[in-house]
Design a protein around this ligand. Structure first.
Ligand SMILES: Cc1ncc(C[n+]2csc(CCOP(=O)(O)OP(=O)(O)O)c2C)c(N)n1
Ligand SMILES: [Mg+2]
Length: 420
């Protein structure tokens, strides 16, 4: 049965979440917060452009509109705390301090990327900053985050974990299972639902019987709170309080940040499930414009300060694209590097010793794997360059309306995997 607020409208006013203004922090902090939000916005806009130019392959999920949720929450973390997110995680990596260059290069699949070019958009990782990914499976990061929190507890540290996921992920079995264990084991973890109103093209009230998501884990022993995810200070205050309880009292918490994504689910989204008017209504509550407006109205920042912050963000993004362009693709011979069952482990690990004959199998030996990869790649390259393939490609091109470099090409690439 749907709860009462399932009948709410799709507009921002219908959510019942619009915080009273919180007191401003000191100048250094509010400037840093605004600068981070602007950097994320400019970075994401450019990532979208790079995708349309086919510099980025696979899927690309942008977080434009969610900047206050991301920055407000990550500002509440201590340096030693852990952060896990979803495939919509470029902003989280940037907010945690990963260099824009390393994030852009990862989107390009280049060696200079924060995952060495092996993860791409959905699998950013930065162990040094305790940003533990980047996951493509909806709800898949919840049990992993709890494992991280369990490790912190086991080692007797004060580190807490913040695990972010979408409204759609709250319907996954992992949600209930994880809440139960987190509460049972008193883990130092804050679960954060980024409620951007949709799971792909399905609106919240069509995918979840309970639409006040802050209540969704209460039955498992995880209390919740709701914040205005379009307001960076409200989000910060709410997540700070939750982290304090998780860290200090060892009581896991759930925070629901009510926000909105202005772009489609991914680059292939035709956005038939919402109206332009609805998007415009939410744009009126743009987290960056509104925070900037407050700072200027209260005489804290001038127009020239805003321009300076924007220029700095653009410069960082320009530098990121330049770096990503110049960085090489991973070497073909490195294809099997960093795969944890390869190399030394083969022949020693339980799966080969107990379940199969102990000697390495074809393709498992590290050096042999490199050779196999090389053979396959060479065969593929020979095929692609063959006369048949060339003539086929010419026919394909002739049938295409454009050059295959614009939005159309992006749509095709994104839809190939089922529109994720
Ligand atoms: C287990 C699983 N099922 C389905 C998908 C396909 N899928 C990718 S994103 C998505 C929607 C998730 O929505 P939400 O959790 O609200 O996150 P948002 O994309 O809005 O940030 C779905 C169903 C998936 N990746 N994993
Ligand atoms: Mg969502």
């Amino acid at each position: 049965m749907a709860t009462e607020d399932a009948t709410r409208g799709r507009g921002p006013d219908g959510t019942g979440v619009q915080a009273e203004p919180r007191p401003l922090p000191d100048r250094d902090t509010y400037e840093k917060v605004l600068a981070k939000m602007i950097l994320i916005r400019r970075f994401e806009e450019r990532a979208g452009e790079m995708y349309a130019k086919a510099k980025i392959g696979g899927f690309l999920h942008l977080c434009i509109g969610e900047e206050a949720t991301i920055v407000g929450a990550t500002q509440a973390l201590r340096e030693g705390d852990y952060l896990l997110s979803t495939y919509r995680e470029h902003g989280q990596a940037l907010a945690r301090g990963t260099e824009p260059k390393a994030v852009m290069a990862e989107l390009f699949g280049k060696v200079g990327g924060c995952s060495g070019g092996r993860g791409g958009s959905m699998h950013l990782f930065d162990a040094e900053r305790r940003f533990f990914g980047g996951y493509g499976i909806v709800g898949g990061n919840l049990p992993l985050a709890s494992g991280v929190a369990l490790a912190s507890d086991y080692r007797g540290t004060e580190d807490a974990t913040l695990c972010m996921f979408g409204d759609g992920a709250t319907n996954q079995g992992t949600f209930g299972e994880t809440m139960n264990l987190a509460a049972l084991w008193s883990l130092p973890i804050v679960f954060m639902v980024i409620n951007n109103q949709f799971g792909m093209g399905t609106a919240l009230e069509r995918h979840s019987a309970v639409t006040d998501l802050s209540k969704k884990a209460a039955g498992y022993g995880v209390p919740g709170a709701r914040c205005d995810g379009m307001d960076v200070l409200d989000t910060h205050a709410c997540v700070s309080a939750a982290l304090e309880k998780a860290r200090g009292d060892r009581t896991p918490q759930l925070v629901e940040a009510v926000t909105y994504r202005y772009r489609g689910h991914s680059m292939a989204d035709p956005e038939e499930y919402r109206t332009k008017d609805e998007v415009e209504e939410w744009r009126a509550r743009d987290p960056i414009a509104n925070f900037s407006q407050r700072l200027t109205e209260e005489g804290e920042l001038g127009e020239e300060d805003l321009q300076r912050l924007d220029d700095e963000a653009m410069k960082a993004v320009d530098g990121a694209v330049e770096f990503a362009d110049a960085s090489p693709f991973p070497d073909l011979a490195s294809l099997y590097d960093d795969i944890y069952v390869m190399g030394r482990q083969v022949g020693e690990a339980w799966f080969s010793v107990d379940q199969r004959s102990p000697e390495p199998h074809r393709g498992e030996h590290e050096r042999e794997a490199g050779e196999v990869a090389q053979e396959l790649a060479e065969a593929g390259a020979a095929y692609a360059e063959g006369e048949d393939a060339r003539s086929r490609r010419r026919v394909d091109r002739a049938e295409e309306p454009g050059e295959g470099e614009g939005e159309g090409a992006a749509d095709v690439r994104d839809e190939e995997g089922g529109g994720d």
